[in-house]
Design a protein around this ligand. Structure first.
Ligand code: AMP
Length: 452
């Protein structure tokens, strides 16, 4: 995260209260990330802010820490709900992101008597009511559920001093504009507004124009989007060979954790199931899973019980997983900007990471779109597919999964026993660029076995 244009700073020089500094120290951060160094002083000074920052840049702390600093004069140990009106509202597009932002607020505010809670859809609304009725200074919410609570008169927004829109571009993509307008109409005009977005599209600029006053603009995402600390590559593969190329890729890297992206829920579920059948502990998170199932899958992934997490774009928004070494795009995203969000899961906060995209002929159009927004061109490498699994040596017609016959590549598990022959062949193959010794492959399967 070193950016020569940003002078090195210490958290202690950022005018944060010792109680907040202590919480930062306890998390183990040594210095602010560029977005934090740039945003925190302005937010403490009360300015509106428009920040271009994607997940992985430290953006959550960039708004949470100065928000806490500004709310500190209102911190109170009083039991009276009236002493705890909502003073800061953080809006996030998805439940996952809302939960993770809330967790960060809890972490950074642990030494100060400021209350916080989170509300999101898909769970029992009644269970969220008591925390609201008791009073909270900081509310993290998804827009739809927030409005449900407004309608049920479970909360009031007329004392909000700070509004934070996190991943605003995603909120617009997900069609939250009408909800946002309704919410904004309920807030005091005199307030501070912070807008965080991975991209500055015309729609985002318009949103900022309408709702921010003379904002400071900070931009740090480009460096990360260009992937200086993320090794990005593109492997071309026939559609029918994709699954086996995926398994080969995972095996060859010998990593303990991999996040795999698909475009559809169906593919996410299939890929996860097939990985399990191939001996790789996997789970999927997508829109058809309940909140409980998603949390369970995420926890299993974080703890290492599950090695491969297969996710759709929406389900993966805001996932905060430290030190994720590898992201694989099993399918390229529909929206090119999502590519940036996806690869931002690796190479976080300065760590190095790798992102590999498995691209078939039908997806080249999408790849070109991604290259346009990144302003770079990827060399097209050939994916490694074990020879026993190659269905097509020449470009085949592309089939969709649902038309594939039952005995096709997708339902044929990858058997580790086939790997020996494959490894031998790899050594003489010009395609064997990602070959790893047999011991690493064995280690991979030991990980799996020790975890079930
Ligand atoms: P975010 O961009 O908010 O999703 O944060 C990405 C990751 O960076 C999270 O795991 C944070 O815990 C971590 N992080 C945030 N600030 C710092 C910092 N100053 N130093 C090291 N890690 C950080």
């Amino acid at each position: 995260m070193d950016d020569p244009s940003v002078p090195k700073l210490l958290f202690s020089s950022l005018a944060l209260d010792p109680l907040i500094l202590r919480a930062i120290e306890e998390t183990g951060y040594t210095e602010p990330t560029p977005i934090q160094a740039q945003a925190i002083p302005h937010v403490i000074a009360g300015r509106d802010l428009m920040a271009m920052a994607q997940t992985g840049t430290g953006k959550t702390a960039a708004f949470t820490l100065p928000m806490l600093q500004r709310l500190l004069p209102h911190a109170s140990t009083s039991a009276s709900p009236a002493r705890h009106p909502i003073r800061a509202l953080v809006l996030a597009p998805t439940r996952e992101l809302a939960i993770q932002v809330h967790e960060s607020v809890v972490t950074y505010s642990k030494n100060v008597p400021l209350r916080t809670t989170v509300v999101y859809g898909g769970t029992d609304i009644k269970a969220q009511k008591p925390a609201l009725m008791n009073g909270v200074e900081i509310l993290v919410a998804t827009p739809g559920r927030l409005l449900d609570h407004v309608e049920s008169r479970n909360l009031q927004l007329n004392q909000v001093q700070i509004l934070i829109l996190d991943e605003a571009d995603r909120m617009l993509d997900m069609g939250f504009m009408p909800d946002l307008k309704r919410i904004l109409a309920l807030l005091p005009k005199q307030r501070q507004t912070l807008l965080f977005s991975a991209t500055f599209s015309d729609d985002i600029k318009k949103l900022a124009q309408d709702f921010l006053i003379d904002p400071i603009t900070v931009e740090t995402a480009r460096r990360n989007a260009a992937g200086e600390n993320i090794k990005q590559s593109v492997c071309m593969v026939d559609h029918q060979d994709k699954f086996h190329a995926l398994v080969e890729l995972i095996r060859s890297r010998g990593v303990k954790q991999v996040l795999i992206f698909t475009r559809t829920k169906l593919t996410a579920a299939h890929v996860s199931k097939q990985l399990e059948r191939s001996g790789i502990a996997a789970d999927a998170i997508h829109g058809d899973k309940t909140q409980q199932e998603r949390i369970k899958a995420l926890d299993a992934f974080k703890s290492g019980a599950v090695m491969a997490l297969v996710a759709t774009d929406v389900a993966a928004r805001g996932l905060d997983i430290d030190q994720l070494p590898l992201v694989i795009n099993y399918e390229l995203p529909t929206h090119a900007e999502d590519y940036v969000h996806r690869i931002g899961r690796t190479g976080r906060a300065g760590a190095s990471g790798e992102a590999v995209s498995l691209v078939d002929g039908e997806e080249e159009r999408r790849l070109v779109e991604i290259e346009k927004i990144l302003n770079r061109k990827f060399p097209r490498e050939a994916a490694v597919v074990p020879s026993g699994y190659q269905k097509h040596f020449k470009s085949p017609p592309v089939r969709s999964h649902k038309h594939a016959p039952a005995d096709d590549w997708f339902s044929k598990p990858y058997e580790p026993s086939a790997s020996k022959k494959h490894d031998e062949e790899q050594q003489s193959s010009p395609l064997a660029v990602h070959g790893k010794p047999q011991q690493q492959v064995a280690a991979l399967f030991r990980i799996r076995n020790s975890q079930i």
